[in-house]
Design a protein. Sequence first.
Length: 390
Amino acid sequence: MLAFIDAPKLEVSTGTITLPDVSKLSELSFPEMRQANTVEVKGAELGLLHFPKLAAITNLSIQNTTLSGISTGFDKLEKIEGELRLMEMSEMRTLSIPSSIRRIEKLTIYNQNVDRNFAEINIKGMNLGELSIERDAVNGIKIIGDDVFHGIVSFDTQNGRTYDWVSPVFEGFHEIDSISYGNYISNLRNLEMKGIRKINKGFHIPNNNLIGLSLPDLEEVGGNFVINHLSSVSVEDSVFIIPKLKSVGGDFRITTASRDIIALELPALTYVAGNLIIGTGYASTSQWDPYGRDMKSLSFPMLKTIGGKITLKPYLDGGDNYINERFTDLDGFSALESVKGVEIVRHQGLISYEGFSKAISSFPASAWSVENNGYNPAYQDLLDNKWVKP
């Protein structure tokens, strides 16, 4: 069995060096290598990597080794121009990388098949483009960083070994360029994002199985703010609150379809640059699901400006058979002064539009569309102060 690899004269590698799962490989040495494109190593008994002169590499992938870190063996490493991928590192409980590194474009932590997991990842002081945490490595991880992180934090929360992951914890962060939770949240039940006040780009909660979601400190999102299909979330007093969010630099879009959410409140939101789009939930459509999933009220008491259109539908991705029966008025928008248009459909209990009284003059009649509601006034009706169904 191959136990030791030594390449004493190789200085530059422009291709890919791949060492697949060689079970007895314990040491890999490239003492003169200064630059490499891609190195991929995997070995259950690999305990030593020796690249003492390597200064730059595009991609470095290390999987299923006994290494507790890579802080030794890479004494001169300054740049990882592509991805540093650490996978199934059973002995690596905290992030351990060379102090000489000035820039990592992407750092990926992946774990699915080993019992031990990272307890924390400390990226404080690192020049990092993206931190990607995948599969079971997400479970209960603590991420420690600087007050301002000019990078992306992304989570792949699918295909884990269990379905009751503990929410990741942010420590030290207050501002992040972007946070992503992938295309679907399947293994995480409760998501709490404490400490994050500002997200410079977009924020997206994809389709999910969440039963709890909390954004207690978030104040500003520079791009789109999107929360998809909160169908299982339970909240105190059945009111879903985002307490401190003040401004959104793109669209604001949220869809609720949970029988445990009857109201949505954003008490501090004053400005949305793009469209405001809300799926308000729907009444029962099946004898197998007899409970209504439609909200009764929306509360945006400080919201003055919407740069685009406001759209209220029972189910944003559904057809005409989805109807909200509980929502009765627009009083929660009483501070609204400016919006580019209005579309409200299939709210059979809606009989009062008085909450739009300050904003009606900010958009033309052609941008007014209300259909299949409890009251469907024409634009001129509102100009004539016919805000409530006779």
